[in-house]
Structure formats: structure tokens, C-alpha cells
Design a protein around this ligand. Structure first.
Ligand SMILES: O=P(O)(O)OC[C@@H](O)[C@@H](O)c1c[nH]c2ccccc12
Length: 260
């Protein structure tokens, strides 16, 4: 069993436990449930912003502890001030050290799109994302059937949420394309074995239909890479560790942006 299989198994238990504690009605009654989500596209393509989706990530299965002290409101506000187009906040507890409160805190502190970064396997989690104030959800092709991607995408868009589909190879991309998506992200990290290769993005960019926003995800640590990815056709760049591993992620993004 690879790490992704383990995460999904644990996620099923977590979702079952959450459902027993908080009803769908409770989620629908949350204040954020009524807010209109920001448009991912507007912020990604805005000339005033950088296209960077800056991630708050405490730890990961591949890297272990990345940052045990960072404050989510402080860091996400600094990401925002430096020109991030969106924020990505991990809500997975057991493998990434995230929590619901992190998403709520990032939402409260910022007026730009926030991605709920988690392993979505059930519509209930999409309702949670909406109730917690997220604007974007992630669907990971390698853990979902094409039918689920289509259904979850439609369900999320009906709630006004933006949908980011993550793929890692051509086969996943071709089988997962659906009209109910806003953006397609190429993950440079293979979640099954953690190998990283930025070339994955360059190989797949021209296979993504132009109606979707194009995002390159993971292992980006160099401003020069952003320029190359832009030239290749990418609109967005998901960056976590490169900022989070420093003792001042806000300063790290500021210096990075100055060099783009
Ligand atoms: O920290 P990095 O290498 O900059 O990567 C960020 C982001 O792409 C990565 O955290 C990620 C991409 N897809 C995911 C799915 C689940 C959890 C995490 C991820």
C-alpha cells in the first residue's frame, strides 16, 4: 500500500467521524455558507497579482516537519500582501498537520481566494469547504473515478466554488477532463512515491484544453522557473515548501516575487 492509499483509507474514517458529529444541515447553516466565493480566474489573471498560489503547509509525508511555529493568519496575510493570487491551506490533520481552524483563520484574515487543500472523496467535504469559507476545492484525479470528478465538480460549482483538478500524467488528464472544472493543475510530485520532476508540467501543458486555467504544482523553488512556466502557458504556480521551510515565509515570498 502506497502513501496515497493510506491517506485515502484514513480519510474515509475521518469523513465518517465528521458526518457523525456535524450534520449537513449544520454545515448549511454556517455563516460562510451564504457568502459568494471569489473568482479564482479573476485573481489568477489579475495584472496586480503574481499567479502564485501560496500554500500554508506545516508538514508533509515526504518532507516530515516543514514549519512547526508559523502562524497561519500572519503568514497568509504576508502571502497576500506580496501579491499571491490565492492561498492554499492544508486541512488534512494526520498527514499534513493541518486543521479546519487554519482554513477559518486564513479566510478571516484575507480577501483573496482560498483553496481547501485536502483529499476530497465525498460530497460532504465539499459542503465543509463551503461552510469554512473556502473558494476553491481540489479534486485529485489519481484517487477519483471520472464519474466522481464529474459529479463532485458539478456539485462544487453549483455551490459557487471553483474547482481545481490535479493530474500527474497524460492518462489521468485524458480520462478526467470534464466541463465541471475551472482549472487543471499538473502536480510535479508523484503522490504515490514522492519523486519530483518539473518537466512533468512542460510535458503536459499543451495537452490541457485552453478553456481551463493551467496551474503548475509543487517543487517550484526558483523565480526563473516561474518565467519558464509562464512562457510555456501556465497561469498559476502552487508553492508551499519553498516559503514554509524558512523562518519567515512572508519575507521569503516577498524576495521571490521581486525576482520574477
Ligand atoms: O511544497 P511544494 O513542493 O511547493 O508543493 C505545494 C503543493 O503543490 C503540494 O503541497 C501538493 C500538491 N498536490 C497536493 C495534494 C495533496 C497535498 C499536497 C499537495
Amino acid at each position: 500500500m502506497n502513501i496515497l492509499d493510506k491517506i485515502v483509507l484514513r480519510k474515509k474514517e475521518e469523513v465518517a467521524a465528521a458526518k457523525a458529529l456535524v450534520s449537513v444541515q449544520d454545515l448549511e447553516n454556517a455563516v460562510h455558507f451564504k457568502r459568494t466565493p471569489h473568482s479564482f480566474k479573476d485573481f489568477l489573471l489579475s495584472a496586480d497579482r503574481t499567479g502564485i498560489i501560496a500554500e500554508f503547509k506545516r508538514r508533509s509525508p515526504s518532507k516530515g516537519l516543514i514549519n512547526g511555529v508559523a502562524d497561519v493568519a500572519e503568514v497568509t496575510q504576508a502571502y497576500n500582501s506580496a501579491g499571491a493570487s490565492a492561498l492554499s491551506v492544508l486541512t488534512d490533520v494526520d498527514f499534513f498537520g493541518g486543521k479546519t481552524e487554519d482554513l477559518l483563520a486564513a479566510r478571516a484574515a484575507n480577501n483573496i481566494p482560498v483553496l481547501r487543500k485536502d483529499f476530497m472523496i465525498d460530497e460532504y467535504q465539499i459542503l465543509e469547504a463551503k461552510a469554512w469559507g473556502a473558494d476553491i476545492i481540489l479534486l485529485i484525479a489519481s484517487i477519483l473515478t471520472p464519474q466522481q470528478i464529474n459529479d463532485f465538480g458539478k456539485f462544487a460549482q453549483n455551490l459557487g466554488l471553483n474547482v481545481l483538478l490535479e493530474v500527474h500524467n497524460l492518462e489521468e488528464l485524458e480520462r478526467s477532463i470534464s466541463p465541471n472544472l475551472d482549472a487543471i493543475g499538473v502536480n510535479n510530485r508523484n503522490l504515490a512515491d514522492f519523486t519530483v520532476d518539473i518537466q512533468t508540467s512542460f510535458d503536459l501543458v499543451n495537452k490541457i484544453p485552453d478553456e481551463f486555467l493551467k496551474i503548475s504544482e509543487s517543487a517550484i523553488s526558483n523565480p526563473q522557473t516561474i518565467r519558464e512556466l509562464k512562457t510555456a502557458g501556465f497561469n498559476g504556480f502552487l508553492i508551499g515548501e519553498n516559503f514554509m521551510k524558512t523562518d519567515n515565509p512572508g519575507l521569503a515570498i516577498q524576495q521571490f516575487v521581486a525576482e520574477i
